[in-house]
Structures are given as C-alpha cells and as structure tokens.
Design a binder for this molecule. Sequence first.
Ligand SMILES: O=P(O)(O)OC[C@H]1O[C@H](O[C@H]2O[C@H](CO)[C@@H](O)[C@H](O)[C@H]2O)[C@H](O)[C@@H](O)[C@@H]1O
Length: 276
Amino acid sequence: MQRQRTEPKPVDELRPRVRSRLDDTPEVLLCLDFDGTLAPIVDDPGEAAPTERVEDALDEIAAEPEVTTAIVSGRALADVRERVDGPRIYAGNHGIELERGGSVAVHPIARKRAARIDEVCEALRVALDPVPNARVENKRLTATVHFRSVPEPARPQVERLTRETVARFGGDGLELSDGKAILEIGPAIDWGKGNAVELLVADRDDGTLPVYVGDDVTDESAFRAVEPDGIGIRVGDDAPTAASGRVRSPEGVAELLEWLATDGLERVRAGPNGPP
Ligand SMILES: O=P(O)(O)OC[C@H]1O[C@H](O[C@H]2O[C@H](CO)[C@@H](O)[C@H](O)[C@H]2O)[C@H](O)[C@@H](O)[C@@H]1O
C-alpha cells in the first residue's frame, strides 16, 4: 500500500523504525537526489556542489559493500556525474536516462522528442532575452527555465513566455511542471524518478532496504516507490510528503549518511540477533 502525504517526522524520531529495518536487511539501496539534498541551493545552477561534509560521508558509504548508492537527479546525467563522484548508479533528467552496469538506457519517447526540446530552448533564449537573469538550461532530454534571480515583478512574464513557447513548439508532445524557482519542460510521458527507482529496486535481491533522500516535487514519486517498506527522507520543512522522515538541509543529509555508514551498517552486519 502506498503512503499518502502526511507530515514527515524528524529523522531522530524515525530512528527506531530505521534501526529495525536495518536489523532485518542484508543490503541497502541508497538513492540520493542532488540539488537541495547533497548540494545546497544556490542562485547559479552552474555553481551547485556538494558540501565537503556530504562528499566525505558519501565517499565513506559508497565504499561499503553492503550499500549500493545511486544518484537520482533532475539534471542531465552527464552534468550530475561531473558534480558528484563515487556512486555506482546515476539517473539523470528525472529518471529518463539511467546508467547502471556500465550502460545508459534512455526512455525511447524522450529520445525522439529531444529535437523538440532543442527547438524550445532556442526559442526560449530569444523570448526570455529581455528578462533580467532568466536562464535556460538545455538538458537535451528535458529543459529548465530558472527564475530564482529574476526580479519578483518579472516572474509572471517568465511563466507566460515559457508557457506560450512550449505550447507553440512542443504541442502535445511536451509538458511543463514546477520545481524550486524553476519551470521544467519535458516530454509528456508517464515516467519519473519513481519509475527509475522501481527499476533499481527490482535489480536488487529480495529483502534489500531501499532508502530515498530528496527535497523537491519530483522526488515525491520516488518516496512513493520506496515507502512504506523502504524509507523516504524529505529534505526541508514538515510540509506533507510521501516520505516518512525529514532532515532540514544538506547538513542533515551528511549527518544521516555518517550515521548510516557507522551505527547503521553495524546493525546490517549484525543482523536480527545484534544489539537492541
Ligand atoms: O533532482 P535534482 O537533482 O534536485 O534537480 C532538480 C533541479 O535542480 C537544479 O535546479 C535547482 O538547483 C539550482 C542550484 O542550486 C537552483 O538555482 C534552482 O533554483 C533549483 O531549482 C537544476 O539546475 C535543474 O536542472 C534540476 O532539474
């Protein structure tokens, strides 16, 4: 049964459940979003990077044989791969491209619509040129219009111009969605991060504990994919979510990864007869 959106508990309050799930599992599938989760949100998307503490914690946990780490990002796969090193699996463009076992799979419809994404990006660059600080990020299979640094009064104009341009060049083939101070443009397909996470879960042995950590709207489908047997952790406030737990910031994510790499994995190794 899928978990409905409710207020997530601070991760410390969730610890007894996490401990008991770790006692019962031989392996953890740890899926991590990038922006807002491993990397603090910044004005310039080109400048986003994990904190040093996150990097160290991730290096430590990615080296453990009981853990398979995956990055599941809205960024292009090649982009996020350059920003974070170590995990075994990478999903980019909200799960549309998935690299595992040395090969990259791309959703076939998204691949066919890539030329339209390119056209839309060209047209948006022209349309949004007069708007101060509006940015267009062409991610080949999807695109993002950024308005974080656009002055408040000009933001409705960004939305209107983006909607008009996508309708004109994308037709029924492309759709728009929201994010944190962004508009995402992607192929109109029923596929998202949750589907990619389901594939990763299906690859692992039965009994593997899936954990997903993320901060934004597209992470909700991934929380639904792991909950309630696995564990979803939302980065942010206590707004309703399909994740059962929360941490406040990438700093909280680093703390969680550090705990998982030490006390958490001790429990996995000890099994059901380990410490209470
Ligand atoms: O799924 P994610 O890895 O979290 O990617 C979601 C989007 O993240 C990026 O945008 C966000 O982060 C930027 C840098 O901090 C920030 O400026 C922007 O306002 C945020 O929405 C990325 O640029 C997008 O392509 C991703 O879709």
